[in-house]
Design a protein around this ligand. Sequence first.
Ligand code: PMP
Length: 392
Amino acid sequence: MTPKQLDRKYLARESPPEDLVVARAEGSYLWDAKGKKYIDFLAGWCVGNVGWGAERMRARIRKYRGPDYIYPYYVYKPWAELAQLLAELTPGNLQKCWRATGGTEAVDIALQVAMAYTGRRKFLSIEGSYHGNSIGTVSIASTEDRKPFPNLLQGCMTIDPPLDAKAADKVETKLKKRDVAAFIMEPISCNLGVLIPEEEFITRVVKSCRRYGTLFIADEVATGFGRTGKLFASEHFDLEPDLLCVSKAISGGYAPLGATITTRKIADAVAEDVGFYSTYGWHPLAVDAALANLRWIAAHRTRLLAEVEKTSDYFRERLTAMKLKPPGEVRIRGMAIGVETGDGEYTQVVADRCRRKGLLLTTADNTLTMFPALTIDRETAEAGLDVLERAL
Ligand code: PMP
């Protein structure tokens, strides 16, 4: 059987896979099984922030001589080292970490902590957003995604974009009853086609949260580790969330891992109520990969983020000069890029055309979304944008 036939027979999926059998990846390129080369403007959807095939990461994993596994109730120094590094890198006063295997678990932990800390059950999120695939995270997802599941967490409300002063008023109205455990959002929403809130929205929501005793959860699973041109998207708004969730680029794609970070005050207050035992949460090999990746990012952050800014300017310049179907709009922060191209069907046609011509990107409704590696070079960016321009 061919890989595609095997896939069709044994993998449960919501829709057929894209027509791409991956053989290998290097930097910002992917090759399929027939040797066709693709420019990767997706980076596994905000995972490969430092590019594929980094020799330092591969060597590190090859040379790993640490333990095969550690029982979560034992002490393991690299766990503490990774938690310490996350406390240093993340914004605000976030000091303590729960160990998770990925983004969904990290967000679910944040929701449970918020419930335990506040003694409340309700949540408020942004309509259309995505935060994971567990019962808890689906409960706070878009109304559409919840439809097949009538008995999710009750009292999960959403606010419609655009995220402006009016939306902030609506948030305040919903928080006034003092029964909402947490407000959750991606500070810049990669899932909503790179939706960028107005600064006033964030400032006022933070104020409302503080006033009415609601926790602010920043889901930085997609935006974390440089994606939006700052190490964390929260930094664009001087946002100091109560809980911050990370995964994806934490290891650059080399191993699965997630984390939920909070203040010492919140972590200590709920310590007796919630445990979050996770058998594979922070597996030692994954921790080694994450430590190597984050130490590299920490050591190179100034240069890395300066490069992102330059490349981002180049993308903005090129994209805004392209002819877009009305109401075409380019939304870009760092290497989080959304290009609204008209209706959803046309957007998908453009994305498919790009793939056939050797450029990988994706869509969110009527928006083409691109999340290239932060390290993409100018020549590759230019070649990819040329393909996109022709496809449009
Ligand atoms: N939160 C956000 C913002 C995400 O984009 C995703 C995944 N796309 C998740 C949570 C869930 O992460 P995972 O797929 O690792 O469970």
